[in-house]
Design a protein around this ligand. Structure first.
Ligand SMILES: O=C(O)CCC(=O)C(=O)O
Length: 283
């Protein structure tokens, strides 16, 4: 995986907003390959007739099996995005989730499907909303433009990764009033990084085209990956370079150091500061 330096202003924006937009993260040729592979996986969804007034039939959120497509497999170590995730989390990460999310146009008269503000990985259910740690980052790759409002992009509530309480939503409303809801304008090829603590929600696609994204989640290696990623196939591991091997969960136990990304980070001078167990007190 090539190296891309996280700029100080990118770190600042991510720490402040809980998300970060990377323009042109995927070049046109790679993008065409991702769309082709995504459309192949979503073929039966794309071919079936539209079901009016049933938005649940007009969305697909496909999670297992994505990495069988070579273009989607290569994206696991994508050079313009994953190096930034390593620098924002640490080298001790692996792939935690994959999703292909397509939304066909919806009628403005139907209720919003899957609208539900949430934080990822359900951590607040155990730890509450206070002192939540950042443990994972999702990369959302745009395969289509999102240049109009309500065109299917996931909504972000800016800065809510630092919120210590649940969102407050007025009775009869669907969005919080006291937070800035961002319906970002993005182009095909752009990537949106967002962290596990930020409140976000699916949103309807009221444009006239099918919206398409891929979302790859990365998390610390002590976070159990989604069940469909748990056992990388031998075939996948055999064709992996050391970084891919680590990201696919090649080191089975968490006590094995994250050799591949640790040495990658060292080589590029972005190793995190060591955290000692003990420090010596003055006599
Ligand atoms: O379908 C969407 O746009 C939202 C996806 C989402 O909330 C998630 O991946 O956590």
């Amino acid at each position: 995986m090539d190296f891309v330096q996280l700029k100080p202003e990118q770190r600042e924006a991510f720490d402040r907003d809980g998300f970060l937009v990377l323009r042109d993260a995927v070049d046109p040729e790679t993008l065409a390959g991702l769309i082709e592979a995504g459309d192949r996986l979503a073929e039966s969804f794309l071919l079936k007739p539209e079901v009016h007034n049933r938005p649940e039939y007009n969305h697909i959120d496909l999670r297992p099996g994505l990495l069988r497509e070579p273009a989607l497999f290569s994206l696991v170590t994508h050079s313009t995005t994953v190096p930034l995730v390593v620098q924002l989390l640490s080298p001790n990460i692996h792939l935690h989730s994959t999703a292909l999310i397509y939304k066909r146009p919806e009628s403005p008269d139907t209720p919003s499907f899957r609208r539900g503000w949430h934080r990822d990985i359900r951590i607040p259910r155990d730890l509450g909303h206070e002192n939540l740690p950042r443990v994972g980052i999702k990369i959302c790759y745009c395969l289509t433009d999102f240049q109009q409002p309500d065109s299917g992009m996931t909504l972000m509530a800016r800065g809510t990764h630092l919120r210590t309480k649940p969102l407050v939503i007025k009775k009869g409303e669907i969005d919080p009033e006291d937070e800035e809801v961002c319906d970002l304008r993005l182009n095909a090829g752009d990537a949106l990084l967002f962290e596990n603590r930020i409140f976000h929600t699916a949103a309807p696609n009221r444009s006239d085209r099918t919206s398409r994204v891929l979302m790859y989640g990365y998390a610390y290696r002590w976070m159990k990956p989604e069940v469909y990623l748990e056992t990388p196939s031998r075939q996948h591991l055999e064709k992996s370079d050391p970084v891919m091997y680590q990201l696919l969960g090649g080191y089975r136990d968490v006590d094995t150091p994250a050799w591949a990304l640790q040495s990658w980070a060292k080589r590029h001078n972005v190793s995190p500061k060591p955290i000692p167990w003990e420090v010596e007190a003055a006599p």
